[in-house]
Design a protein around this ligand. Structure first.
Ligand SMILES: [Zn+2]
Length: 468
């Protein structure tokens, strides 16, 4: 018997967590945070069934918060077993989980101050989900696994990590499971990257599986092509230069920032844009750059050559790094044209907020939205064409030019997901579970899979057991 139960990312894109049970072992694959909703704190817990189970091992596909963010909560719940992941995933998780702990703690302090002023008591949901100590403990339990190596992770369960091409160190996890007298292979895709993402290798799907759990974030559509997106991006920069305008790119610090730096370098190298000043205004992105520099062994051939020959550094010669708040504020006094890359990616916090406040009413300023914008976020309001936005209590008219570029996604589009699945489908997949996607994305993917491969996919809901 093999039983798979999702505790997140079932019909939605955040909170990835799966419990896999055999007669001899229980393992978790990812234990991520729910994000984007006010009520999420109440969901970011260890579900009763996981709490009651004896978890033998955790396998982490990559370091994004929606895949790793509940690990410190699991630690607080008493888990002391191994957390298997690649070296780069560990390094990225260290930055992301510490940042999350910091946000948790400062939110708590703010709530405390507010409660003191109003003479009210805090509820049990107001306490931080975890702190830096829980994060340190989680990191100390991480066991590094290399791509392609086979490792016994629990009784009767062997794991192989394959490059998923989504984020530095990201993996699809293949589990070889001893089930009664036979071996069965269960594959968790993790987040699958698109083709040609800067720095990363293209995804390498496993060749053989009986059961596949596949993400479906963009199961309903293909992205605009990279070349078209780059042309659009180039035009925005050229227009801004003509107006002596300022270009702001709200970016998530890990993965997206490096991707955007790569594309800017590419445009400069090909003389499609001049080397105008670029401000990297994100301490977290600067830390993430160090992780990229540490793991050049993971780069694809093109990026390795650009880095080794010094070409990339040369193309990015106009970059200026803003570590301190004063350095960030000093950008206000600069004359355009220039580019600012700052967090957060959905304009919900971070240094981008100050830039929005200062420049959103300036018609020569450009905001380039390159990532997913959750409902309710300020970034989403800009994308949806809001005439004005409220920032730190003040109302600002939106007069800047807002551009949305959909082609820089770090997720595979529909065709790429089908190709990824096609590589394993021929080996005789008997069960397919579609997760990590809203129904409007996973239903069309289910239909395409049925049509092309004759496999009926199952769309599990939260805590729904799937016996495979
Ligand atoms: Zn991810």
């Amino acid at each position: 018997m093999i039983r798979i139960t999702p505790y997140g990312a079932a019909g939605e894109v955040t909170g990835s967590a799966y419990m896999l049970e055999t007669d001899a072992a229980t393992v978790l694959i990812d234990f991520g945070m729910f994000q984007g909703d006010k009520d999420d704190d109440a969901r970011n817990v260890v579900p009763g069934a996981v709490h009651r189970a004896t978890v033998n091992a955790v396998l982490l596909t990559h370091g994004h918060l929606d895949h790793a963010g509940r690990l410190p909560v699991l630690i607080r719940d008493g888990y002391r077993g191994p957390i298997y992941c690649t070296h780069a995933t560990r390094d990225i998780a260290e930055i992301i989980l510490n940042d999350a702990a910091h946000i948790q703690e400062s939110d708590y302090e703010r709530k405390q101050r507010r409660a003191q002023r109003s003479g009210r008591k805090l509820s049990r949901y107001d306490v931080p989900l975890f702190d830096h100590e829980d994060v340190e403990q989680a990191l100390s339990q991480m066991v590094i696994i290399e791509y392609g190596g086979t490792l016994s992770v629990a009784t009767g369960v062997q794991a192989v990590f394959h490059d998923a091409g989504h984020l530095l160190g990201s993996a699809s996890v293949e589990l070889r499971i001893q089930d009664a007298d036979r071996e069965r292979i269960v594959v968790f895709s993790g987040d699958v990257g698109p083709q040609n993402l800067p720095f990363l290798h293209d995804p390498e799907p496993p060749r053989k599986a009986d059961v596949v759990v596949l993400e479906s974030t963009y199961g309903d559509r293909d992205h605009r092509s990279l070349e078209e997106t780059l042309r659009e991006f180039q035009q925005i920069i050229v227009d801004a230069i003509e107006q002596n305008g300022k270009i702001f790119i709200p970016s998530f610090a890990i993965g997206r920032v490096q991707q955007m730096m790569f594309h800017i370098a590419e445009l400069v190298r090909d003389r499609r844009i001049p080397a105008i000043p670029i401000f990297l205004d994100s301490p977290m992105a600067i830390r993430a750059n160090a992780v990229y520099r540490k793991h050049t062994e993971l780069f694809d051939t093109e990026s390795s050559q650009l880095v080794e020959g010094g070409q990339l550094l040369h193309d990015l010669r106009s970059i200026r790094v803003c570590v301190t708040a004063d350095e960030s504020k000093a950008i206000n006094d600069e004359q355009g044209p220039f580019i600012v890359i700052a967090g957060s990616g959905m304009c919900t916090a971070g240094r981008i907020m100050h830039h929005i406040r200062n420049s959103i009413s300036d018609p020569t300023s450009h905001f380039v939205i390159v990532g997913y914008q959750a409902r309710g976020s300020l970034g989403r309001k800009l994308v949806d064409g809001a005439p004005g936005v409220k920032i730190m209590g003040e109302y600002h008219n939106v007069r800047a030019q807002i551009h949305t570029l959909g082609g820089f996604s770090a997720h595979a589009g529909q065709t790429e997901l089908l190709d990824w699945f096609g590589a394993v489908a021929q080996s005789g997949v008997s069960s397919l579970l579609l997760t990590h996607g809203e129904d409007r994305a996973r239903k069309p993917l289910r239909d395409k899979v049925q049509e092309r491969f004759g496999v009926s996919a199952f769309l599990p809901t939260y805590s729904e057991h799937c016996e495979v």
